[in-house]
Design a protein around this ligand. Structure first.
Ligand SMILES: Cc1cc2nc3c(=O)[nH]c(=O)nc-3n(C[C@H](O)[C@H](O)[C@H](O)COP(=O)(O)OP(=O)(O)OC[C@H]3O[C@@H](n4cnc5c(N)ncnc54)[C@H](O)[C@@H]3O)c2cc1C
Length: 385
């Protein structure tokens, strides 16, 4: 069925098929066997990034002249789906590939692109984007981190929280106020290369309800000096607009991971319900079980159709903010609802950590919060009504 829904662009190309095979092999050999180890240590191994760079899994949708794979968003989608199938929520790959690299691609000068993107593509640099602060998350216009011009530099002060890849990041896009007296118009995006600065400190790698293997950190900036040439965009004050332009892609990435997770949960659970016996028959033979699974599979199919359509729109440059917000909120709400049902159908075993459904359940909760909360998504959709 999916073939009929496939987006254009690189879809169906030989390159994409080969890329998918490489991605699948890599996820099976380098990722899946390490998931439990990463859960315990709270982050992926640093070498994972370099290994992924070597086989071309970093920055596949960045042009070849900047070290990328030269493909379109279909390549990012493949990675998101293959990572989900490997049962890995630890690796902040889609953030590095699909979000940070694209800010540099879209707003960077030629010098910035040539200097940073090849490092992101090889794995020499791990990247992060630091928007959220202890005092503000949804209300991004109110960030308090400042980047004040001083001669040829910006001097950055402030703290950030919940930053994915924070412990390992070598390149961080920092959302800061270059003009603290303004709200949105005072916001700029400034790149910090952590090996090159002093005054930058990583705080705790935070303990979370789920996604135990993902590095989610506090970051502190105390008189961190970066050259003014690290500003993204032609002038100061463009940061808020740049964020608004890039957030639809970030939201689609969250939605794609959501659909992949609900499909995986349904596959696992359907098999479990066929195998598990109660009252002398398989639990799938109870009409309640069959009806619940039938409803959930229907909704997962709707989610799949929607997300394929959104991907097609994104590749065509037509994914508008409201539709992206719809996909993020509706799919992640459904993801949690469906996975919660799947856990219920596992009975007590569903609550045991050794069963994959328990991990999917823990990991799915945050999808409704990050990338803009689902309440903020509805606010956004509401503005376009
Ligand atoms: C695992 C994880 C990874 C993350 N990774 C990153 C990252 O890499 N980079 C980064 O910058 N951030 C990251 N975040 C932060 C995330 O984006 C924020 O947590 C999120 O945007 C919400 O902000 P907040 O936590 O400050 O909640 P708040 O903004 O304080 O919101 C609290 C509640 O109020 C509601 N609310 C707020 N405003 C409104 C409104 N106008 N109308 C209705 N309801 C409203 C919210 O929906 C929410 O329910 C991550 C978070 C987590 C948990």
């Amino acid at each position: 069925m999916h073939n009929a829904l496939l987006a254009k662009g690189n879809y169906g190309s030989e390159e994409l098929t080969m890329f998918q095979e490489t991605a699948r092999r890599f996820m099976q050999t380098e990722v899946a066997p390490n998931v439990l180890k990463w859960d315990e240590q709270g982050h992926v191994d640093r070498e994972l990034w370099n290994k992924a760079g070597e086989v071309g899994l970093l920055c596949p949708s960045i042009p070849v002249e900047y070290g990328g794979g030269g493909g379109d968003f279909a390549f990012e989608k493949v990675l998101i789906e293959e990572q989900a199938k490997a049962g890995c929520s630890a690796w902040g790959l889609s953030l590095h590939n699909g979000i940070v690299a694209h800010y540099i691609l879209h707003y960077g000068t030629e010098d910035q692109k040539k200097s940073w993107l090849p490092k992101l593509a090889s794995g020499e640099y791990v990247s992060a984007i630091a928007m959220t602060e202890p005092g503000t998350g949804s209300d991004l216009q109110s960030v308090r981190t400042t980047a004040i011009a001083d001669g040829d530099d910006y001097v950055i002060n402030g703290s950030k929280v919940f930053i994915t890849n924070g412990q390992q990041a070598d390149l961080i896009i920092v959302v800061a106020k270059t003009n603290p007296t303004e709200k949105a118009k005072g916001v700029s995006l400034i790149v910090v290369e952590t090996p090159k600065v002093s005054g930058f400190r990583r705080g705790r790698n935070l303990e979370k309800v789920g996604m135990h293997g993902q590095d989610t950190s506090e970051l502190f900036f105390e008189n961190v000096r970066v050259p003014k040439t690290n500003l993204l965009g032609k002038s100061e004050g463009m940061g808020f607009m740049q964020l608004m332009q890039q957030l639809p892609q970030e939201r689609l990435i969250v939605a794609l991971a959501g659909v992949a997770a609900m499909e995986l949960a349904l596959d696992i659970t359907t098999q479990y319900c066929k195998d598990r016996k109660a009252f002398g028959r398989s639990i799938i033979d109870f009409q309640n079980t069959r009806f619940k699974l039938a409803e959930a599979r229907t909704e997962a199919t709707l989610a799949r159709v929607f997300v394929e359509k959104c991907t097609e729109m994104l590749i065509a440059g037509k994914l508008d903010p409201a539709t992206a917000a719809m996909s993020k909120y509706w799919i992640t709400d459904k993801q949690f609802e469906i996975i919660d049902l799947c856990l219920q159908l596992h009975g007590g075993y569903g609550y045991m950590n050794e069963y994959p459904i328990s991990r999917l359940w823990r990991d799915s909760r945050v999808q409704r919060i990050y990338g803009g909360t689902n309440e903020i998504m509805k606010e956004l959709i509401g503005r376009f009504l």
